[in-house]
Design a protein around this ligand. Structure first.
Ligand code: SF4
Length: 240
């Protein structure tokens, strides 16, 4: 079995604890107009690597996994290549390597990976399914189910909300996110709010796609108000 890899590289504590080897896997089932890696959306790009070779690469890189580091799979959406991802995660666990994935959470089979993943990062882009679908092409029913399931079963869960004006970044939106999160919250869960940026804009142009986002930045003042709402609901915010 092979995995399609777009790129790989090390980073420190941004995609899980410690120093990590991060694989961006090719392909995504969503089409977010703000995506900073639009070249990762197509299912057929990237470079194919066998699961065995990828596990060997990770084992060879083990001396670099300091401060509790390990390997992270992000994307694109890593669960698009579900079987191969599962096989690689199992191979890493056999070698006692710390594993993390960053996922958009919309794969109904995601809970099958929980026992193979030490640190789970899930995007929670919108509490409203129709709104999410109208922007990305996919609703949030499975995502919400997976968040609840992860919150029940896991101690290490980082949720990420990309704050985008005109999509999910009003104070009313913040209250609605809290309504969903508060009943399932526990001390093992953290939330990171990521303000809209345009780092990927040039890539959209290079890949011949139109960048349609406009006026989506969140002001400092609004960001502070939103943070205050989450904190007043006892939701722990972090910044990686
Ligand atoms: S889920 Fe992530 S990788 Fe997929 S299109 Fe959206 S931002 Fe891009």
């Amino acid at each position: 079995m092979n995995l399609r890899v777009l790129q790989r590289g090390f980073n420190y504590s941004q995609d899980g604890p410690g120093n990590r080897l991060v694989y961006h896997l090719q392909g995504c089932n969503l089409h977010c107009p703000w995506c900073s890696n639009p070249e990762s959306m197509a299912l057929d790009g990237g470079k194919e690597t066998s699961c065995e070779a990828l596990v060997r690469q990770c084992v060879a890189a083990e001396p670099m996994f300091f401060d509790g580091g390990g390997v992270t799979f992000t994307g694109g959406e890593p669960t698009v290549q579900f079987e191969a991802l599962k096989a690689v995660l199992a191979g890493l666990k056999e070698n006692n390597i710390h594993t993390a994935i960053e996922t958009n959470g919309t794969n109904p089979r995601l809970p099958e990976l929980f026992e193979l993943v030490d640190f789970l990062i899930m995007d929670f882009k919108h509490y409203d399914s129709d709104k999410l679908k109208s922007f990305t092409g996919v609703g949030n029913n499975i995502l919400k189910k997976n968040i609840i399931s992860a919150a029940e079963k896991r101690t290490q869960l980082l949720l990420r909300i990309p704050l985008i004006k005109g999509f999910n970044a009003s104070t009313v939106d913040a209250e609605r996110f809290c309504e969903f999160l508060k009943p399932i919250w526990h001390s093992g869960i953290k939330l990171e709010l990521l303000r809209y940026h345009e780092y990927g804009k040039d890539k959209w142009l290079y890949t011949g796609m139109e960048y349609k986002m406009q006026d989506a930045f969140v002001s400092d003042e609004l960001f502070e108000e939103i943070c205050t709402i989450f904190k007043s609901n006892s939701i722990t915010l972090i910044k990686t």
